[in-house]
Write a protein that binds this ligand. Structure first.
Ligand code: PLP
Length: 402
């Protein structure tokens, strides 16, 4: 059986997005900045995409939506341009979480080199930040708070409306990396007091290489990419209209069907959690309830996540042993360590990220194979042997949530 359970790394292209992409490549492949008819027809497609996206996140105006080259670029754009835009006012302090995506964390490091000061807040043991910790970190010179909507590795959903209200009351800008949330959780930038937001087409069945950046009108932005006057002068480069239009169509489809889709996905997720919890000395990472509908992140003591992953792949099950972006290094996940999961447990972790095309049969197959593979590697593991003989202390209780 083939089971794709790595939707947090990327999703398949939906039929809607594929059809629209091909239609645009055939019919609307002009340059929207050209004044001739072909250019103007393409401009209309771009305008339509902006309107669709604005509606999906309840932006006040379509011109608050910008298109970029991906979720990473949107994150860079939000942090770099807002920080540099506020620096002349003496605001040189930024706040974020230590469990953010590297597109945020590495950009923060770059800003530190430019003279900004960054506070990295650790979440609670369930992966969710305590809003009081953010409140305590805010200072007179704080320019921006950036907290992800939901975590890509362990799925915890952050208290976005509360953080938005706090930032508004303190006069601090609020950015959220909503790459994992878009089309999976309701987003309302006005009601949630979100000033800036990032999304990525390929995480909701659109094409890769298309990002969305929302910035409320009135925010001072400084360009990251210089050149022509595309995207209202904020992001230079000839606009990828086919990719953008396909992304907007995918976002609209995902948002319109979100409730039904996510009810189904949540049921599959909870079936998988139920099926894994009888494996001793293993645990679910991240809050069991306030988590992404499709995310299951599980740690198994005494085994390496990579071995499990490669063995499961031979059975046709595709998952992840940390975020795809860091899977080339064998360091344990900064997210799991950042929320206090012991190093030994972080080493033996797997992430399954489910979506609408998964089935109950597939979930039962994953449960069966994970039991088999964990037992197989534990039998070979000197580390597990030491745990059994009491030479080493367990770092995970015998039964999760018992
Ligand atoms: C995938 C992802 C990104 C990066 O998006 P790309 O389009 O791949 O650049 C950023 N943040 C989160 C939370 C992600 O899951």
């Amino acid at each position: 059986m083939k089971v794709y359970a790595d939707n947090a790394a990327t999703t398949y292209l939906s039929k809607t997005a594929r059809d629209r992409l091909i239609q645009c490549l055939d019919e609307f492949n002009g340059n929207p900045n050209s004044l001739h008819s072909d250019g103007q027809r393409t401009q209309e497609v771009l305008d339509e995409a902006r309107e669709i996206v604005a509606k999906c996140i309840n932006a006040a105006k379509p011109n608050e939506v910008y298109f970029t080259g991906g979720g990473s670029e949107s994150d860079n754009q939000a942090l770099l341009s807002a920080a540099r835009g506020l620096a002349p006012k003496g605001k040189k302090h930024l706040i974020t979480l230590n469990i953010e995506h590297h597109a945020i964390l590495h950009t923060m490091k770059k800003l530190e080199k430019e003279g900004f000061e960054v506070t990295y807040i650790a979440p609670q043991a369930n992966g969710i930040v305590d809003v009081k910790d953010i409140e305590n970190a805010i200072r007179e010179d704080t320019a921006l708070v950036s907290v992800m909507f939901a975590n890509n590795e362990m799925g915890a959903i952050q208290p976005i409306p509360e953080i938005g209200a706090l930032c508004k009351s303190k006069g601090v800008l609020f950015h959220t990396d909503a790459v994992q949330a878009a089309a999976h959780l309701p987003i309302d930038v006005q009601a949630m007091n979100i000033d800036m937001l990032s999304m990525s087409g390929h995480k909701f069945h659109g094409p890769k290489g298309v990002g969305i950046f929302y910035a409320r009108n009135g925010i001072r932005l400084v360009n990251v990419i210089e050149g022509g006057a595309q995207e209202r002068g904020k992001r230079a480069g000839t606009v990828n209209v086919p990719g953008i239009s396909a992304t907007a169509y995918a976002l609209r489809e995902g948002t319109e069907n979100m409730e039904a889709n996510m009810t189904k996905v949540r049921t599959l997720r909870d079936r998988l959690i139920e099926g894994l919890k009888d494996i001793p000395y293993s645990q679910l990472n991240g809050d069991p309830v306030k988590r992404l509908p499709g995310n299951v992140n599980w740690s198994f003591e005494g085994v390496e996540g990579e071995s499990l992953l490669l063995h499961l792949d031979m059975y046709g099950i595709e998952c992840s042993s940390g975020s795809a972006c860091t899977s080339e290094s064998l360091d344990p996940s900064h997210v799991l360590l950042g929320m206090g999961v012991p190093v030994e447990a972080a080493h033996g972790s797997l992430r399954f990220s489910l979506d609408i095309e998964n089935t109950e049969e597939q979930i039962d197959y994953i449960i069966e194979k994970v039991h088999e593979v964990v037992a197989f590697y534990r039998n070979l593991s000197p580390y597990w042997e030491e745990l059994l003989t009491g030479k080493r202390e367990h770092c995970i209780p015998e039964y999760w949530n018992a």
